[in-house]
Design a binder for this molecule. Structure first.
Ligand SMILES: Nc1ncnc2c1ncn2[C@@H]1O[C@H](COP(=O)(O)OP(=O)(O)OP(=O)(O)O)[C@@H](O)[C@H]1O
Length: 344
């Protein structure tokens, strides 16, 4: 167990600072937009896009020349606030399962860009749901879930002020060359005490805009009340675990179907009964592409139970990230064999 803890579980709480420390952390501040253009060879290769931004392949010359990803926020006053929030948070965070900030550009008005470490395997959503012939093996799936919960545990419990991510979903989970995971996109985060309270001045209209969230991942309690808390991240995490188990999307646009609804009978079986989940029911829920994989059905049941508790109601009964991490350590033995996700 000691080796397991050394290899897999990271505790870097001592590296957390209360204030952004760009100099100390070696983050480069670019002074002109020309410098930013040069990093991306004139924005020649788009590698991703989101609601707020476009992501371009870049080159970063720190110690040697490395591939990097440049996230350029759409130019507007409102989205500049989103950029500032993400920048301030990334300057504070240092964790092996959180995307690393290498540099940034900030014109202090409307335009901002973040230079991030490049994650060559893209995001988890594509890995699980695109018509990819390469199937993510079971042990990588357990490792990704474990690494993700460590990232969440870090922002919830180990940094000051504490952070609620606010948008945990598989497209915000990036994968490196070994399929180790890094949480990204802190543009919806809530920091410190404000994360628990809905601003009293928020108009009904702006509340609606802010509370839409990502289909299939948004905590119904948050949709109803507008009160953000760590438990909404646990809900998003539960949905990602269901995706890892079933290989199904959180929300299918074609079928208009949510994964939490497909999983509901099984979730009720887990939450309502004191008896063990029937093996057959657990197997039926599993991604059929995993059938030839050597997986341990007890690990499947543990993952299912964790997902059920995370999406359960009321939010106060959901486990904390620390409790989930401890359950994984205790009940998912395949994690101990990982050199952290080198299975593909
Ligand atoms: N560092 C990176 N390395 C490789 N690909 C990345 C990186 N950062 C982002 N991407 C790609 O770009 C996509 C969008 O990134 P991100 O979620 O940060 O943007 P966003 O505008 O905040 O999106 P959202 O609509 O979820 O708010 C990711 O899902 C991923 O495919």
């Amino acid at each position: 167990m000691a080796c397991f803890l050394n290899c897999v579980r990271f505790d870097v709480s001592t590296t957390i600072t209360d204030k952004p420390t760009s100099k100390e952390s070696g983050v480069t501040c670019y002074r002109s937009w020309d410098d930013v253009e040069a990093l991306t060879s004139n924005f020649s290769r788009l590698i991703g896009s989101g609601g707020y931004s476009s992501i371009y392949m870049a080159r970063f010359s720190g110690s040697g020349s490395h591939k990097a990803a440049l996230k350029v926020h759409v130019s507007s006053h409102r989205l500049y606030q989103v950029f500032r929030l993400e920048l301030d948070i990334l300057l504070r965070l240092k964790h092996p399962n959180i995307v690393k900030l290498l540099g940034y550009f900030d014109d202090s008005e409307e335009n901002g860009a973040l230079l991030l470490e490049y994650l060559p395997q893209g995001n988890l959503q594509e890995k699980l749901h695109s018509n990819n012939k390469q199937v993510l093996p079971w042990r990588n799936r357990t490792a990704i879930a474990f690494q993700l919960i460590q990232a969440i545990e870090h922002i919830h419990e180990k940094c000051s002020p504490q952070i609620v991510h606010g948008d945990i979903k598989s497209s915000n989970v990036l994968l490196d060359k070994n399929f180790d995971c890094k949480l990204c996109d802190f543009g919806s985060a809530k920091v410190g005490f404000s994360s628990m309270v809905q601003p009293p001045t928020m108009s009904a209209r702006s509340r609606q805009v802010r509370m839409v969230g990502s289909p299939g991942y948004t905590d119904p309690h948050y949709l109803k009340t507008g009160i953000a808390s760590k438990k909404m991240d646990m809900y998003g995490f539960g949905v990602v675990v269901l995706e890892l188990l079933s290989g199904k999307e959180a929300f299918s646009v074609e079928k208009g179907e949510m994964l939490v609804h497909i999983a509901a009978p099984l979730i009720h079986e887990i939450l309502d009964s004191s008896v063990d989940i029937a093996e057959e029911n657990a197997r039926q829920f599993l991604d059929p592409r995993l059938s030839s994989d050597s997986l341990d059905i007890d690990e499947v049941k543990t993952m299912l139970s964790v997902a059920a508790l995370c999406i359960g109601r009321p939010p106060s009964l959901r486990p904390s990230a620390t409790q989930v991490a401890e359950t994984f350590i205790e009940k998912i033995p395949s994690l101990s064999f990982l050199g952290c996700g080198k299975g593909m």
